[in-house]
Design a protein around this ligand. Structure first.
Ligand SMILES: *Cc1c(COP(=O)(O)O)cnc(C)c1O
Length: 715
């Protein structure tokens, strides 16, 4: 008889696969073991379990009556890992034993694994989770950053301070990846000044393996050991070295693991060196010419571009390319000039620097933007790469981003979904009929659920502010005042995103007196919760952040506008699940998609946004609110002023009246109708299952099966 697994064994196994992170039930088991330590350990279950011997854990589980829940979770996990009649089995069979390889510079799976900075990473994490749920043969490839992106503190002047902490691999759900030869994988990438080495970690995201390369090993110089320490840190040289590790190193790692991917999916241009390594192998192993190898490699390449903002497209000068791509170019039989040409729109234009996005376009036959509008903008932006085609014929399609439902849907909301949607709705979340049932939710139940999530957000916000006040040694009176900020009955608007200037976090304070009048209205007040990080090198972004953070010192706004530190996936979850309204006011058309508003939709919040990114194709007049009419003006100042005016007008004349229009039971019936409409019309479209199915159908399968047809999604 085999020994039965202990509670400790089962929880340790669960903690070792990130599947738990999108199971609210498993998360709550970890929390209930010790909720104080759970928070102190930043929601890391491996660290939590380390504090318990098997006996003590057994004891604790008995106290909290957790045994059957732990056994149930463990059984569900095993069923999940073993299930074989998935969507992928029927629809992605052609990928078979040669998976799609998904390359990304960042992956956001959970707040305890800080290898993401923001939207791009969270999207990549959601992509892996949906690929796992759908049973798609896919592997992820990225870098392991010991220090990750920074954690944010705001000082007494409202100025952002960055803090980095070193994460031990042993504290995270990863193990050294074992190669086809039975040994831990180690790879090298050559430069003109020696090689950079990396080891490879394996993480399990449900059924999907994620491989992260790590240069912090003794073979490397001190400089190179730090190469993968920080995400988006350092200078151009750091960046190109990270990117050659991600692209070339990533393909070498897959080769060492015995994985020969059928499709290479580049999530943004950071990984665009990957196809060059595949071309090198094709030339060496199959004796192809460079041109033939490029054509065949590009046929299996898929490239997703993520931003029209120029700073989002990495560019390198000739000397950095020569130093880092020189040895590879030699093997490809290319001189450095020809190599530079691969990253230039006009290969012979010596004044053009090397652009990773251009390289990605040239090495992938299928390319896509991340929303309908972003598709239009991208075709215009990259028209010069296909000078003989009209704008509509530029081969850049679009697949609109979506969010992973189980990750972002609050548990209480899920209970409502379970009541009114068909059984196993979460396995069919890309189908509109499945969501139609949401109309059946009773208004009172929906409103109570929403209010309880909003209360949770307000408690979370107060705790965060009090903690900050303690750190800044503010007076007892200040702390006490902060314990009472924000009112659960007040219309609550959330705004959280990177403090990149084009996102215009300060748009709504352009007319600060008008805002004060609305916020302070005695009958129908409004309150705001802000969060977000500025890039460490972006002082302009930090000064915008400072203006927002300092509003609490203006008596008109104390307790009505708060700024919460350290925007991460945990803070996102509280915000998107608890706000009434989610505000997004980028300068159109610079927001390629945006996804945070999609998380809000799932939880019954209403979007209030510029018609940009996903919202331009999502808004139907009644499922949220729009700022402006989708017009842009060549003069930026005029555009900003018009948008600011529209923002205030809609807030004052539409949002506030609708929110406070209550029936005899104090229910805002008109508002609740919009909440339902938002879930019903948007939930099925803007979720990651639908997105991944689109990638499979429109990109992976054609890329796996044919050599020459282009992606067909054109608006
Ligand atoms: C979802 C998410 C984002 C993306 O939000 P945008 O809508 O693109 O601003 C960024 N950061 C975190 C932590 C997120 O969870």
């Amino acid at each position: 008889m085999t020994k039965q697994k202990s509670i400790h064994d089962k929880l340790t196994e669960l903690a070792g696969n990130l599947w738990w992170s999108w199971q609210p039930e498993v998360t709550s088991i970890f929390r209930e073991i010790d909720h104080v330590r759970w928070d102190e350990l930043a929601h890391n279950p491996i660290l939590l379990l380390r504090e318990y011997s098997p006996d003590r854990l057994e004891e604790r589980a008995r106290q909290e009556v957790l045994h059957s829940r732990i056994n149930g979770a463990y059984r569900r996990w095993q069923e999940y890992m073993d299930s074989s009649d998935t969507w992928g089995d029927t629809h992605a069979g052609v990928l078979g034993h040669r998976p799609a390889a998904y390359f990304s510079a960042e992956f956001g799976m959970h707040e305890s694994l800080r290898v993401y900075s923001g939207g791009l990473g969270v999207l990549a994490g959601d992509h892996l989770k949906s690929a796992s749920d759908l049973g798609i043969p896919l592997v992820g490839v990225g870098l392991f950053y010991h220090e990750g992106y920074f954690s944010q503190k705001v000082d007494e002047h409202g100025w952002q301070q960055e803090q980095y902490t070193f994460a031990e691999p042993a504290d995270l759900p990863m193990v050294e990846a074992i190669g086809a030869d039975g040994k831990p994988v180690k790879i090298a990438v050559e430069t003109r000044h020696g090689s950079i080495f990396a080891r490879v970690w394996r993480l399990n995201v449900g059924r999907i393996p994620l491989y992260l390369l790590d240069t912090n090993i003794k073979e490397n110089s001190d400089e190179d050991r730090k190469l993968t320490a920080r995400l988006y840190g350092g200078d151009h040289r750091t960046r190109i070295r990270q990117e050659i590790m991600l692209g070339v190193g990533g393909v070498r790692a897959l080769t060492a693991l015995g994985i020969n991917p059928r499709v290479i999916h580049m999530n943004e241009g950071h990984s665009a060196f990957a196809p060059l390594e595949i071309i090198r192998m094709r030339i060496k192993n199959d004796g192809l010419s460079f041109d033939d190898a490029l054509r065949e490699t590009a046929a299996s390449g898929v490239f997703t571009t993520h931003t029209p903002v120029p700073a989002g497209h990495d560019r390198f000068d000739h000397s950095l390319i020569e130093e880092h791509l020189g040895p590879l170019a030699d093997e490809l039989g290319l001189g450095v000039d020809a190599c530079m040409g691969l990253g230039r729109v006009d290969p012979h234009n010596h004044s053009e620097s090397f652009c990773m996005t251009v390289l990605a376009f040239k090495t992938s036959r299928r390319a896509n933007a991340v929303s309908n509008l972003h598709g239009v903008v991208s075709r215009r932006m990259w028209h010069s790469l296909w000078p003989y085609r009209s704008e509509e014929e530029i081969p850049i399609g679009h697949i609109t981003n979506g969010v992973h439902v189980s990750t972002w849907l609050a548990h209480q909301m899920r209970v409502l979904y379970d009541k009114v949607l068909p059984a196993n709705w979460h396995l069919k979340s890309g189908e509109p009929e499945v969501w139609a049932g949401f109309e059946r939710v009773t208004p009172a139940e929906l409103w109570e659920t929403h209010q309880s999530l909003k209360n949770r957000l307000i408690i979370f916000a107060r705790e965060s502010l009090v903690k900050q006040a303690h750190r800044l040694k503010r007076s007892v009176a200040d702390s006490e005042a902060l314990e009472g900020v924000l009112d659960p009955r007040t219309l609550t608007i959330g705004f959280a995103r990177r403090f990149a200037p084009y996102k215009r976090a300060d748009l709504m304070i352009r007319d600060i007196d008008r805002l004060a009048r609305l916020a302070g209205d005695p009958e129908r007040p409004v309150q705001f919760i802000f969060a977000g990080k500025a890039h460490p090198a972006d002082d302009h972004g930090k000064s915008i952040l400072q203006r927002i953070a300092r509003l609490e010192h203006d008596d008109r706004f104390f307790g009505r506008i708060v700024f919460l530190e350290d925007y991460d996936m945990n803070l996102t979850r509280h915000l998107v699940q608890g706000v009434d309204v989610w505000l997004n006011n980028p300068r159109r058309p610079l927001e390629a998609s945006g996804t945070s508003g999609q998380k809000v939709v799932l939880n019954g919040g209403l979007n209030f946004s510029i018609l940009d990114g996903w919202w331009a194709e999502a808004f139907d007049g009644k499922n949220g609110f729009a700022i402006g009419t989708g017009q842009t003006h060549a003069n930026q100042d005029i555009q900003d002023q018009r948008d600011a005016d529209s923002l205030m007008d809609v807030l004052e004349h539409e949002i506030i009246p609708l929110y406070y229009d209550r029936d005899d039971d104090d229910l805002p019936q008109g508002w609740i109708r919009r909440m339902k409409r938002a879930v019903r019309t948007l939930g099925w479209r803007f979720n990651a299952d639908r997105m991944v199915m689109d990638y499979v159908k429109e990109c992976y399968i054609p890329a796996a099966g044919s050599l020459s047809c282009e992606m067909t999604t054109m608006p």
